[in-house]
Design a protein around this ligand. Structure first.
Ligand SMILES: Nc1ncnc2c1ncn2[C@@H]1O[C@H](COP(=O)(O)OS(=O)(=O)O)[C@@H](OP(=O)(O)O)[C@H]1O
Ligand SMILES: [Mg+2]
Length: 457
């Protein structure tokens, strides 16, 4: 199994003496739990050998200025009872409850529960780093290493949780944005050290797993994301921090995770730590003062939902029912380098949209669209840019399961079965079913005008 090689450098801590878990003959002992779960992630040979305690005091001494100054405690994150003693295969109560509740008719209920847990844990790490970036000010903003630490850290945590929680399958496959190449180069030692410490601290603080990553384990876990995807089998698709520029600015970003099954997106979750739980309407992505931190999720045929990242009952969501463009608003990339704002302006004008664009970073746009905060999403990268599947897989299913339509600029469905790229040569548009025909017409007219202007002869 790929995971075995990938995690060879990681170590497992057995639960501390005096664990409260059932050790009767009929139930697996905590050590057996640890061993079973470790075997699933390829750690079995290490399970009985490591009894190392996390060197917390050393971590604090070595902490670079952009890492959290205090060990993050995540007070709102629900832990299993006696979390520090939890054996690795123990499934936290909240996860079991989510899995059971969602299980009614949902063939991917267990995968959905695992995906939600994975992005929630990754979001905790990202929030801690973003808070520190903002507190440390201008100097850190020029330095991209904090976002690098959070990007890799998020990917490792998602991979860990999926391996521990999602139903075991013959092989684990993940198509993710990051790989370990840069971290293996000379000069990357410090950043690798920082990632290792941050990931281990986050795991300890969460308390669900008794796992400790060595540096080699970190590198191998990152490379779990090197799958090429494709039309057959199951593949997780991850953007560990979508909207890295927004993340650095202190604005919107998302942890976006989807599952492909036989080339189709069947499940998607979007953790949006800076998005208000209430509608953002025309606030340009800002908070309306509500609770902040939204978790969107969708499974094929089962609709889309939103809940608080801190944990709240999921609520069904649906796209806007506005069918008159005069009352519509549209989302687009915050960064002009990522989408042609002049073209989207011309599309909106042709359609008759009156409201100014709502510019937000990342797939948070798909989440906001899915719950009806706006009516249209337009994305038109500059010529030559190749769309990656992790930038759209989770967001697109959240929108389609909320009743919307997501297509390329010619009206074709997005095809996630071709590997790591979407292979589109135009843009991506999304809206409700009523508006799509007139939106497509406006898009095609605007594109034609643009190309005529570029080559008038
Ligand atoms: N040149 C160019 N053109 C188009 N798109 C690009 C380009 N460069 C990057 N990217 C991808 O855009 C992702 C960020 O999402 P958005 O473009 O929707 O948001 S925003 O522009 O940051 O506001 C961003 O995601 P992350 O890299 O994960 O941050 C990229 O995948
Ligand atoms: Mg991205």
């Amino acid at each position: 199994m790929r995971a075995s090689a990938g995690w060879a450098g990681s170590r497992v801590l057995p639960p501390p003496a005096g664990s409260l878990y059932n050790t009767s003959a009929s139930a697996p002992t905590p050590a057996a739990h640890t061993h079973m779960a470790a075997a699933r992630v390829g750690l079995a040979s290490h399970a009985s050998t490591c009894t190392i305690a996390l060197p917390r005091s050393r971590l604090l001494l070595l902490r670079p200025p952009y890492l959290p100054r205090h060990l993050p405690t995540f007070p709102n994150y629900p832990r299993p009872a006696s979390s520090s003693a939890a054996p690795t295969s123990y499934r936290p109560r909240r996860l079991r409850a989510m899995s059971q509740a969602a299980g009614n008719g949902n063939p991917y209920a267990a995968e959905l529960a695992a995906a939600k847990k994975a992005v929630t844990l990754a979001a905790r790490l990202c929030q801690a780093v973003q808070k520190d970036i903002l507190q440390s000010g201008v100097q850190s903003k020029a330095d991209k290493s904090p976002v690098t630490v959070a990007d890799y850290g998020s990917q490792i945590l998602v991979s860990l949780v999926l391996k521990m929680e999602a139903p075991a399958s013959a092989s684990f496959s993940m198509v993710a944005e990051e790989d370990s190449e840069e971290l293996r180069k000379e000069g990357a030692e410090e950043i690798l050290e920082n990632i290792t410490e941050l990931v281990n601290e986050t795991i300890v603080d969460d308390g669900s797993y008794s796992i400790y990553f060595s540096k080699e384990g970190i590198l191998s876990a990152i490379d779990d994301g090197k799958s090429e995807g494709g039309p057959s089998g199951r593949h997780w698709v991850l953007d560990p921090i979508d909207g890295t520029k927004g993340f650095l600015r202190g604005d919107q970003y998302a942890i976006a995770l989807a599952l492909l099954d036989e080339g189709k997106v069947v499940l998607g979750v979007l953790a949006c730590p800076n998005l208000s739980l209430g509608s953002i309407g025309n606030l340009n992505g800002g908070s309306s003062g509500d609770q902040v931190g939204a978790l969107f999720s969708a499974t094929i045929g089962c609709g889309a939902e939103v809940e608080s990242l801190q944990g709240s009952p999921p609520e069904k969501i649906s796209v806007s029912s506005i069918d008159n463009p005069v009352n519509a608003s549209f989302f687009e990339s915050y960064e002009g380098a990522h989408s042609m704002h002049d073209l989207t302006g011309s599309i909106a004008e042709k359609l008759g949209v009156q409201a100014p664009p709502v510019r937000i970073d990342s797939q948070t746009k798909y989440g906001a669209l899915a719950r009806g905060d706006g009516t249209i999403y337009l994305r038109f990268p500059h010529k030559g840019y190749r769309e990656k599947i992790w930038d759209h897989a989770a967001g697109s299913i959240v929108v389609t399961e909320a009743g919307g339509v997501v297509t390329d600029a010619s009206g074709n469905d997005l095809d996630f079965s071709k590997g790591r790229f979407l292979d589109l040569d135009t843009g991506i548009i999304a809206t409700n079913k009523q508006l799509m025909p007139s939106l497509l017409k406006a898009v095609q007219e605007a594109i034609k005008e643009q190309s005529q202007a570029a080559s008038p002869l």
